[in-house]
Design a protein around this ligand. Structure first.
Ligand SMILES: C[S@@+](CC[C@H](N)C(=O)[O-])C[C@H]1O[C@@H](n2cnc3c(N)ncnc32)[C@H](O)[C@@H]1O
Length: 384
């Protein structure tokens, strides 16, 4: 099995040679040194749960941007962000995304973050390769850099695309945990976080930023809490200072990073070494009804919780139905499952029979969902 138990082993950087393709070794909690396409192509097929990618933006910046006080603005002028033209950028995107798709498990997913310079091109390539779009998320920056020349809007957001490996994938989405974290309101696709500043921003001995585009840990925290489970393997092809690795380690997930630049690799190794993983007990998340074991209505009858011939009514006692020995209901001319008959008596398109029907005993009404809960409790005790 490729997925290991949570590990707090120190991160290591390793250089892998070509020709290791196809073996079943998965270098967990490791930074693979070198080109991410070569590195991913050397990993086993269908072996990682999530890819988080923050690729070069191909910003094409003019040099020498200054603030009104004439101080210099730190842009991204690094070699890794340079491509000769869009055709080369698109080929690069196709190559790394195809490599990422090969190593994703069938239910795996990918996140790609970018700005208006590159995210639309990345989105088109994702779709061309058969990834299945799930959401685009706007990361709204609470402290964006102003537009110093005053010629455009303040560029105050980046876009993240979340896509599954293909249309049939069932990727992890911790809906209930997210809702819980958002004060019992569905989590939306617009997220507000500050850009990476203060103590979190890695600086070198001259007090200069180690990396021009270090992402905030808050962003990765949301991504990993939303779309991975403890013990999952998260691969970041453009590891930079290791933000993905640092958050993955904290949250009990495994990481694999790819990075070419030695300075970033060393900074990432030091950063990740200082992270203490959270204990398993605090990593457990709220699970909603969807995550619970399926119980058929027929098992309530088999287990004697509801007798054949019992009368079910809705909460307002407008409609009634009789339970048959096979677990079906009959109500006048309508017959079928608890859901089907619930929908037919109301002339509705659909109905959740579990919450609609109540067992009537004398004057007492008990929602049939309570009996399902009893069976689930028994099942939990038996599997404990
Ligand atoms: C936008 S930055 C990622 C920053 C990172 N998310 C962080 O929080 O520090 C992109 C990174 O990808 C690396 N990179 C670019 N092309 C690469 C390639 N072909 N293989 C591996 N790394 C690459 C660059 O060196 C750079 O550190």
């Amino acid at each position: 099995m490729l997925r290991n138990k949570h590990s707090s082993a120190p991160a290591k950087a390793t250089t892998r040679s070509k020709g290791e393709k196809g073996n079943h070794y998965l270098p967990l909690d490791t930074i693979l040194v070198g080109d991410c396409i070569e590195q991913m192509n050397a990993l086993p097929e269908a072996s990682v749960d999530l890819v988080f990618a923050d690729p070069p933006y191909f910003l094409q910046l003019e040099k020498g941007l200054t603030r009104p006080d004439q101080s210099h603005v730190d842009g991204v002028h690094d070699e890794w962000d340079k491509f000769s033209d869009f055709a080369h950028y698109d080929k690069f995107s196709r190559d790394w995304m195809a490599a990422a798709k090969r190593i994703l498990k069938p239910n795996g997913a990918i996140w790609v973050i970018g700005s208006y310079h590159n995210i639309f091109r990345c989105g088109a390539v994702l779709q061309d390769l058969g990834f299945w779009m799930l959401n685009d998320v706007i990361w709204r920056k609470s402290n964006p850099m102003p537009n110093f020349r005053g010629t455009r809007f303040t560029n105050a957001h980046e876009t993240l695309i979340w896509a599954s490996r293909d249309q049939n994938s069932k990727p992890t989405f911790n809906y209930d945990a997210l809702k819980q974290a958002n004060d019992d309101t569905q989590m939306r696709s617009d997220w507000l976080f500050p850009i990476c500043t203060g103590a979190e921003r890695l600086k070198d001995d001259n007090d200069d930023k180690v990396h021009p585009t270090q992402k905030p840990e808050s962003l990765l925290y949301r991504v990993l809490m939303a779309t991975t489970k403890p013990g999952d393997v998260v691969l970041d092809p453009f590891f930079g200072t290791g933000t993905t690795g640092a958050v993955a380690k904290k949250l009990g997930r495994h990481f694999i990073g790819c990075e070419r630049e030695e300075t970033y690799i060393n900074a990432a190794l030091k950063r990740i070494a200082s992270i203490k993983p959270l204990e398993n007990i605090v990593l457990e998340t709220v699970k909603g009804k969807r995550a619970e074991k399926r119980v058929a209505f027929g098992s309530l009858i088999e287990q004697g919780l509801i007798m054949p011939g019992a009368k079910l009514v809705d909460a307002k006692q407008k409609h009634e139905a009789i339970v048959r020995a096979d677990g079906s209901l009959i109500s006048g001319k309508h017959e079928g499952s608890i859901h089907k008959v619930g929908a037919l008596v109301q002339d509705a398109a659909a109905c959740n029979g579990w919450t609609y029907w109540h067992l009537k005993e004398g004057k007492n009404l008990t929602c049939i969902d309570e009996y399902r809960t009893q069976i689930r409790e028994q099942m939990k005790k038996l599997s404990a």
